[in-house]
Design a protein around this ligand. Structure first.
Ligand SMILES: Cc1ncc(COP(=O)(O)O)c(C=O)c1O
Length: 411
């Protein structure tokens, strides 16, 4: 427990006002972090400050307020650049969420580079947002989606990946950490193999970004997407990272204000990076809030967060695994902070609903990832997922809750 003491989870919890609220008269035990995380006070304060002191449109008007808003937005970009260790702030494109990031890349890079007979590689464990945009592109272009299979523990079969990579492969799009299984994929290895064949790789870091340090240069990712709301930041703001060389060569995503250089009815020229991909008034306060979230995480230290969560996961794996009749879905050797499970023949929705009466928030269902559940032969699961503020005591409350659920069903 040395890390837990050094990490001071109780002090961190005090920064998250929602964690001291009650649900159905019971203290909230929030174990639905893979869906979205709660927000620390500095993020909330940043949003309030934005609307009380800084609100204006950006990149346009000559007044001081517009300068303050522009600064809040652009400073956030630099914070995210540092957080991901990107080479340049213009490689950070503000978007709505990870989903929009994949759609952006599929409909710009994809449309420009994928043709009939080409192939796109994804994996069995992708979130729908890293399947459907590629499927739509394949339908439009007459290309084919290839899928890296997994074993029963929920790990990629890397030998199969080797076989799928071919001169027809135009892009590999892969999740860093599965929202269903918790599996952490060997993305550096995947990227190195794809690059050896000249194929770019998009990493879906929606889950990994709030559990581990991400260094896009070390990873050598070509594109990486994440959502602010999972990173202890606001909803409606996300990030697409892309290498300058690729972003520069890509056509724009949406047309409109801010993304242009000059417009005539005969011809429009486009703005430089990153603005080429940020048409219209963006989520200014969302970006500022995301900047505050990144500052908050950096202040604690991502490595300290990862170490603490790892201990918590090991504890959880032991005590949750001890519940009679409970099966953990997703047992990869390298996994983080997610417990998907089934409990005898009790429907996951009933588990979730009964736990909710105890103040315990989990997710149930198919987790926007139908193919991986189909592969593992489970129609749906219940899922408890951890964040930096969860504790052993909360895991104990959760396990007690599971036993109450069993008792309710006479098990
Ligand atoms: C692995 C993964 N990728 C992508 C997403 C999509 O995130 P968003 O809905 O914020 O776009 C999620 C959301 O749960 C996810 O878990």
């Amino acid at each position: 427990m040395k890390n837990e003491a050094a990490f001071d989870v109780e002090r961190i919890r005090q920064d998250f006002p929602i964690l001291s609220t009650q649900m159905h008269g019971k203290p909230l035990v929030y174990l639905d972090n893979a869906a979205t995380t709660q927000k620390p006070q500095p993020v909330i304060d940043t949003l309030v400050k934005y609307y009380t002191e800084q609100n204006a449109n950006i990149h346009r008007s000559p007044h001081l307020l517009a300068e303050k808003a522009t600064r809040a937005y652009e400073e956030a970009r630099v914070k995210v650049k540092n957080f991901l260790n990107a080479a340049d702030a213009h490689e950070i494109i503000f978007i709505r969420n990870a989903t929009e990031g994949v759609n952006l890349v599929a409909s710009t890079y994809g449309r420009a580079n994928v043709g009939e007979g080409d192939e796109i590689i994804v994996s069995t464990m992708e979130h729908h947002c890293n399947i459907v945009p590629w499927q739509m592109l394949c339908e439009e272009k007459g290309a084919t989606l290839k899928v890296i299979p997994i074993n029963d523990a929920g790990e990629l079969l890397m030998d199969e990946f080797d076989k799928l990579l071919s001169p027809r492969t135009k892009i590999v799009a892969i999740v860093h950490m599965s929202n269903v299984l918790g599996t952490i994929n060997p993305v550096e290895d995947i990227i190195a193999k794809a690059h050896a064949q000249g194929v770019p790789v998009l990493i879906d870091a929606a889950q990994s970004a709030y559990h581990m340090t991400i260094d896009v240069q070390k990873m050598d990712a070509d594109f990486l997407v994440l959502s602010g709301h999972k990173l202890y930041g606001p909803t409606g703001i996300g990030v697409l990272y892309g290498k300058t060389r690729l972003l520069d060569a890509m056509p724009p995503y949406q047309g409109g204000g801010d993304m242009i250089d000059t417009v005539t009815f005969e011809k429009t020229t486009y703005n430089e990076l990153p603005y080429k991909f940020e048409a219209g008034t963006p989520h200014i306060e969302g970006a500022a809030g995301l900047g505050a979230a990144v500052d908050y995480i950096t202040g604690i230290g991502m490595d300290a967060i990862a170490a603490y969560e790892h201990e918590l996961m090991e504890y959880g794996t032991q005590v949750i695994g001890d519940v009679d009749g409970l099966t953990i879905i997703g047992t990869a050797a390298n996994k983080a902070s997610v417990f998907s499970f089934t409990l005898e023949d009790i429907h996951p929705l009933e588990i979730g609903t009964l736990l909710d009466r105890e103040g315990i928030a989990i997710r149930t269902g198919q987790h926007c990832a139908h193919p991986v559940l189909k592969r593992l032969g489970v129609p749906s699961t219940a899922r408890a997922s951890l964040g930096m503020y969860n504790t052993r005591a909360e895991i104990d409350v959760f396990v007690d809750g599971l036993r109450k659920v069993q008792k309710f069903f006479g098990k």
